[in-house]
Design a protein around this ligand. Sequence first.
Ligand code: AMP
Length: 246
Amino acid sequence: MRVVETPSDLQLEGEIGFVPTMGAFHDGHLSLFRAAREENELVVVSLFVNPAQFDEDEDLGRYPRNATRDFELAEEAGVDVLFVPDRDEMYPPGFQTWVEVEQLGSMLEGQHRPGHFRGVATVCLKLFNLVRPQRAYFGQKDAQQVAVVKQMVRDLAVPVEIRVLPTVRDASGLALSSRNDLLSPEERERALSLPRALEARDQNLLDGLEVDYFEEADFEPRVLAAAVRVGGTRLIDNVVLEGDPS
Ligand code: AMP
């Protein structure tokens, strides 16, 4: 596996499967790497904790980072190129061009995290332009992110196929997330009411958690999506109500 920091060193050839990530890899990421491995000649993974999609500096500072382990896991999963651009590469001085997916980007998550999807859409488009993949892989865990990225790709005729993989959960039902690393054992226990409430379609089961939203959303497929705060950590999850997440 090659680790590349500068876009001019990417020098990619062949059919490319691309997985954009923010690191602290878990089995959710690995399922995307494996799908990309099966379907493409070359697998490129980006690791960039995108400051533009965080609304609070505190949240950005707390975001889990584990570069050494990420490197090992990516290599084991058969990733060919790990692209780790620095902040100035992605947002050079004077940067001023943003992608705004107006409606899909302002509801649910967008309402509670203003500017979040502007940051997501912009960094994804820039990464697509640098990597030029045939296919890009995303997790259904972030259902609204999938909807926003698909809309951008359609609206701006970006030449990439968006592939979506199901949410990976641990044995207790909690959706894997890099942010789970921030939970204390007691908080982790309390966080289990999130998947339980979604599974039962019953917001009352979120008793004791601070709820940002618990709402059906008309994405493709339709989902019941929720965001909660457990202590200082914000978690999102969703269940598919109809159709196939892939
Ligand atoms: P992140 O590093 O959290 O930005 O996530 C990178 C990609 O992995 C995104 O497309 C996420 O939707 C996906 N992902 C994160 N957690 C999971 C999960 N538990 N199951 C499936 N995909 C996931």
